[in-house]
Write a protein that binds this ligand. Structure first.
Ligand code: SLL
Length: 258
């Protein structure tokens, strides 16, 4: 490698959309009998993937190759699992297991050496049970026998890996592999069980595989903006109240001095 390739391109930020999370299915009694641990109730897959979904598969995300920037993903499972630290050195960056309980999974992403980036750590709460929510449009958690029919449970988080002042060489590699852009709106009437559960009972009843799209990104942006405005308003209030107290204090001091 020549020295100019190790030069960082200042002022450039390039990002790559990824998702991390899990899919889980309830096992049937027959499937459970075949397991070495028949007390396990679910089969699940935790993964790090590109955000866009391929229209040729039923998988959430994963349309693009991410190995040109991700070298390894380490998934740290609950200590009830044998060898809980699972290092995945090649795509697909995922672990499939069976189990009975939900727990927090630590996900460490190591970038390719050329990126010159530090490892990042993410956390994902493994989700096995259907989302519960109440309200006019929202679904109730179905009993176990119906949960099996309702299909897989999905819990995925969208994120963007940002490379700031990337090395020229690495920047070239990234530009050679542009990410598939997300569909503008939902292509299929599918449930997407986000924590802020926005799915209607009708959508839930249709089942299917969720996918991220730009509309969701825009909604998220609007939610963040509303939250930002609230924080600003709250801050103004506190500042005003502090100023008032300061004035009162000054007055009290003056009165005492008199
Ligand atoms: C809970 N705090 O009590 C969680 C722990 C542990 C999950 C969940 C099986 C491990 C194995 C498994 O599902 N562990 O038998 O290999 O809900």
């Amino acid at each position: 490698m020549t020295s100019h390739e190790r030069v960082r391109v200042k002022g450039i930020q390039i990002h790559r959309p990824v998702i991390y999370g899990n899919t889980a299915v309830l096992l049937t009694p027959e499937q459970r009998k075949l397991l070495t641990s028949p007390d396990h109730t679910h089969r699940w897959t935790v993964a790090v993937r590109s955000a866009a979904s391929s229209d040729k598969s039923d998988q959430v995300g994963g349309a693009d190759d991410i190995t040109h920037f991700i070298k390894r993903v380490s998934f740290k499972l609950h200590e009830t699992y044998p060898n809980p630290l699972r290092n995945v050195e090649k795509a697909p960056f995922e672990v499939t297991e069976t189990g009975w309980g939900e727990f927090e999974i630590q996900i460490k992403i190591t970038f390719v050496q050329e990126a010159g980036e530090r490892t990042i750590t993410l956390y994902h709460h493994l989700k096995l049970h259907p989302w519960t929510a109440t309200g006019p449009d929202l679904v109730e958690a179905p009993p176990p026998d119906e949960a099996a029919k309702a299909g897989p449970v999905h819990s995925w988080q969208y994120d963007e890996v940002v490379f700031t002042d990337p090395y020229q060489n690495f920047l070239n590699t990234l530009t050679l592999h542009p990410p598939t852009s997300l569909p503008r709106t939902r292509r299929k009437p599918v449930p997407f069980h986000l924590s802020n559960n926005t799915l209607t009972a009708l959508e839930a009843s249709k089942g299917g595989t969720p996918e991220f799209n730009k509309e969701m990104e825009m909604e998220e942006r609007a939610r963040l903006e509303r939250a930002r405005q609230q924080v600003l308003a709250e801050r103004e209030k506190i500042l005003a109240s502090n100023a008032k107290k300061e004035r009162e204090l000054e007055q009290l001091k003056k009165d005492l001095g008199d």
